[in-house]
Ligand binder design. Structure first.
Ligand SMILES: NC(=O)c1ccc[n+]([C@@H]2O[C@H](COP(=O)([O-])OP(=O)(O)OC[C@H]3O[C@@H](n4cnc5c(N)ncnc54)[C@H](OP(=O)(O)O)[C@@H]3O)[C@@H](O)[C@H]2O)c1
Length: 278
């Protein structure tokens, strides 16, 4: 990842919720040159290591200085906590602050209602490889977010990996199903590959090691190669060979594609339900 030499922000950044995802993003911003003293974090558990580095850590929103005037407010609490924090957050937010929410299933309209239509809001759907700087975050902007706010949102998310945009907020439900939950499907692939190897006679620890290295190594090859995934697959597949036999099963009419079609459709439908569309 090439870091932009300009400071990520020269005004305070308020992060509400510093768990797995918020914590990964904060580490990314600090790596990206955010001055620790500009970071104001609300996290009930307290964060002594970050406080020791100069980050301002508060146990609840009421402790945040009322005149903070943040350049960005990043909301990274669980969706079920959102309704609780919005009233306390509203007085800290103005049309001068980008609001970036990473909460699943919380629509732009919820924030527009809580903060007013003039507040620039961007909604993000990240995923857990953000913890190692290899996340995939997809963004959608509310109407009040202009070029500068969009660029800031993208910069904040780029600190933990790749960034993409959609224009249609409805597509965020599919993004949630695909890249938001996607790491779980890949980890499941490691588990099922290992079990299948065991079933054919490999010791469990060896089967797991082979599965894990194969999935992570193939991911790295896909990342670094210019070839499309289908070609990388063909590169492993000799005519009438062993891989072809396996692919005949996996690519059959009842193989992986219909299974994933069903899985992604189910997750998309659940994302719509959680957003209150059902
Ligand atoms: N994890 C994923 O794969 C993923 C993917 C995409 C999007 N997201 C979204 O990211 C958001 C955060 O998820 P996460 O996995 O990072 O959850 P998490 O680890 O539980 O982080 C949420 C943090 O918010 C803290 N918190 C609770 N009440 C608070 C309050 N009133 N004020 C400030 N902070 C408060 C929690 O503290 P306590 O633990 O002490 O309650 C926790 O540290 C969610 O909205 C989720 O939808 C997650």
């Amino acid at each position: 990842m090439t870091l932009d030499p300009t400071p990520v922000l020269d005004r305070p950044l308020l992060l509400v919720g510093c768990g797995k995802m918020g914590g990964a993003m904060l580490q990314g911003w600090l790596r990206d040159g955010l001055a620790p003293g500009l970071a104001q974090v609300v996290e009930p558990a307290g964060l002594p290591d970050l406080a020791a580095r100069g980050v301002h850590v508060h146990g609840d929103l009421a402790a945040v200085p009322a005149d903070l005037d943040p350049g960005a407010v990043v909301v990274a609490v669980k969706p079920q906590t959102m309704d609780k924090i919005l009233p306390g957050l509203a007085p800290l937010v103005s049309s001068r602050s980008l609001v970036l929410s990473i909460a699943a299933g919380k629509r732009l309209s919820l924030f527009e209602k809580a903060f007013g239509a003039g507040v620039p809001i961007v909604r993000a759907m990240p995923n857990t490889p953000a913890a190692v700087g290899r996340g995939m975050t997809v963004l959608v902007a509310g109407t009040a977010a202009g070029e500068a706010e969009r660029a800031l949102a993208a910069r904040l998310c780029a600190a933990v990996g790749a960034v993409g945009w959609v224009d249609d907020e409805g597509q965020i439900d599919v993004v949630t199903a695909l890249s938001g939950g996607g790491p779980a499907y890949v980890f499941l692939l490691i588990e099922v590959l290992a079990k299948a190897g065991e079933a054919q006679g490999l010791p469990a620890d060896l089967a797991m090691r082979l599965a894990r290295e194969t999935v992570t190594g193939s991911g790295e090859l896909a990342r670094l190669s210019d070839e499309p995934a289908a070609q990388l697959r063909r590169n492993v597949t000799s005519p009438a060979g062993t891989t072809e036999r396996a692919l005949n099963v996996l690519m059959a009419d009842d193989g992986l594609q219909p299974l994933f079609d069903r899985a992604i459709a189910a997750a998309t439908a659940r994302s719509r339900e959680l957003a209150g569309d059902a």
